[in-house]
Design a binder for this molecule. Structure first.
Ligand code: HEC
Length: 140
């Protein structure tokens, strides 16, 4: 008798586990090059959000607000007054390529920058950049 009520619950658990695992497995199997925005966001929240705001108002002020980053000139966020001369003079426009080179080691690409955080892992960096690309510019 006790085995009967246990079985359906086991099946439910199994289905639940598969629902969680399936997307991960599928992503790894079929499309290893597609960036994982959710992973990028989670990484950002751990490594970057202590200094960079990604909302319109409030948030940390150690680094510039990153809303609307992609497409903007480096060192040009009007609300941030503490940019290094090095970053302002870099002439960079932020896009996937420039962010990829910058974030692997900011100090190597822009000597003198005050941006201290490196993302050496290629996949993690791509995921974070994909997340940054979702941060739309605030309306003027
Ligand atoms: C300890 C604080 C701090 C952390 C943590 C940090 N940053 Fe920064 N970041 C800065 C500062 C300060 C600048 C301005 C650098 C300069 O002027 O040279 C900056 C600049 C940048 C810029 C250029 C922005 C612009 O307006 O030109 C990008 C992109 C950036 N950071 C991304 C990131 C990412 C992604 C992470 C996490 C992996 C991160 N930062 C973590 C402080 C930080």
């Amino acid at each position: 008798m006790p085995i009967i009520p246990v079985m359906p619950r086991f099946h439910l658990l199994f289905a639940f586990a598969m629902a969680i695992l399936a997307p991960t497995v599928q992503a790894a199997d079929t499309a290893p090059d597609i960036p994982d925005i959710e992973h990028g966001k989670a990484t950002f929240n751990i490594m970057c959000s202590v200094c960079h705001a990604v909302q319109k108002t409030g948030g940390p002020v150690e680094g510039p607000n990153l809303l609307g980053l992609v497409g903007r000139k480096a060192g040009s966020q009007p609300g941030f007054a503490k940019y290094s001369e090095a970053l302002k003079a870099s002439g960079l426009i932020w896009n996937e390529g420039t962010l990829n080179r910058f974030l692997v080691n900011p100090m190597a690409m822009v000597p003198g920058t005050l941006m201290p955080m490196l993302i050496p892992d290629d996949k993690t960096r791509a995921d974070v950049i994909a997340y940054l690309a979702t941060l739309e510019a605030p309306e003027k």
